[in-house]
Write a protein that binds this ligand. Structure first.
Ligand code: F7E
Length: 332
């Protein structure tokens, strides 16, 4: 019998890479998907419609999927947007995790099966950082409704492990990107705009804080760490990061120079794209994941930036016009 897995947030960037990884390892893959998002999923996935704000749907889905492993990736994951939708973000990202944990606990009790649970925790929980680099012992100081919601979910995961003995792990993932990244996150916003500028489809690109420092890795590498956490003998929490940092400005340099363009001729600073509270720097120390799980990132910063902009440059005209330039008032 193949092992069964259930992924929430399966239509997102990480869900798509994790789906490929699990199929390559022979798993049956079930996905929890919101109405209207099914087109974004691999056709081999067994889909279950649900919303993380509605707990009534979750236990029946677990009973149908009978998963050995649950990867809980579903969230309202945009930090800037969370300032405009704080209650919704806490409902989906924070309470949504609690609903999922409780459903898994109930399912284990009813079925007598062991279910391993992965929680997508975030480096945003470190926020106004107490030390650099950040590791599993670094104190948290969240700086957005999103980060507060993720911290709630993180502690709930730990509490379900300690209180009920659940095999529950949190991966504290630093920023991870790819050609499949949503177009309102800064890396993809930049690579898509650069490609469109190169092709004469766009001239200007509005951005916010170019001084923000991030530890950017490749999403394809990071889903491998998620899987390894659930294969280990004991459940635990791990930082997943490259340990290398760059500013948004450096990402612009890398992408635009690759296309023989000068970003200074195209980028406009829009004060609306700054956040009410910013996370200035994130830099992860993933030595525990390396030591215990044997995990390490394969794709570096330059390769990542080029992979993303090359993919956007070679997208079909249809894809490029669908991915239109952000409009005035967009929060991305
Ligand atoms: O912003 C700055 C912005 O939206 C990165 C999510 O996956 O990673 C992600 O959160 C930086 C910030 O990602 C624009 O102020 C400048 O400092 O790409 P981002 P994020 O907020 O770091 C963590 C780990 C998660 O968990 C989240 O779910 O770039 N920035 N100008 C901009 N950011 C955006 N989006 N758009 C701009 O125009």
């Amino acid at each position: 019998m193949p092992r069964s897995s259930l992924i929430t947030g399966i239509s997102g960037q990480d869900g798509s890479y994790l789906t490929e990884l699990l199929f390559s390892k022979g798993y049956e893959v079930h996905g929890l998907v919101q109405y209207g998002r099914r087109e974004l999923c691999d056709p081999r996935v067994k889909l279950h419609y649900a919303d993380l704000t509605d707990s009534s749907a979750l236990l029946p889905i677990l009973e149908r999927a009978q998963p050995d492993e649950v990867y809980h990736l579903g969230a309202q994951s945009h930090v800037r947007l969370s300032f405009d939708l704080p209650v919704h973000t806490v409902d989906v990202t924070g309470l949504g995790t609690l609903r999922m944990l409780e459903a898994v606990r109930q399912y284990q009790r009813i079925s007598g099966r062991l279910v391993k649970f992965y929680q997508a925790s975030s480096s945003e929980m470190f926020g106004k950082v107490a030390e650099t680099p950040q590791n599993e012992q670094t104190p948290f100081h969240p700086r957005s409704p999103y980060a507060c919601a993720k911290l709630f979910a993180h502690w709930q995961t730990i509490n379900y492990r300690e209180a009920y003995g659940m095999f529950a792990c949190s991966g504290i993932l630093f920023n991870h990107e790819s050609p499949r990244r949503g177009i309102n996150f800064v890396t993809r916003k930049i690579t898509l705009a650069a490609a469109r500028i190169k092709l004469g489809l766009q001239d200007k690109l509005s951005l916010g804080n170019l001084d923000a420092v991030r530890d950017w890795g490749f999403a394809g590498d990071y889903v491998e760490a998620m899987w390894r956490m659930l294969q280990h003998d004991t459940p635990d929490d791990y930082v997943v990061a490259t340990g290398q940092t760059h500013t948004v400005r450096e990402f612009l340099d890398e992408v635009f120079s690759h296309l023989d363009l000068d970003w200074r001729e195209h980028v406009e600073i829009d004060p609306n794209l700054f956040r009410p509270a910013e996370v200035d720097i994130l830099c992860g120390d993933a030595s525990k994941a390396r030591r215990v799980l044997g995990w390490q990132p394969k794709v570096g910063f330059q390769e990542l930036a080029r992979m993303m902009v090359d993919a956007d440059l070679h997208a079909t005209p249809d894809e490029l016009s669908l991915l239109e330039a952000p409009r005035v008032g967009d929060w991305g």
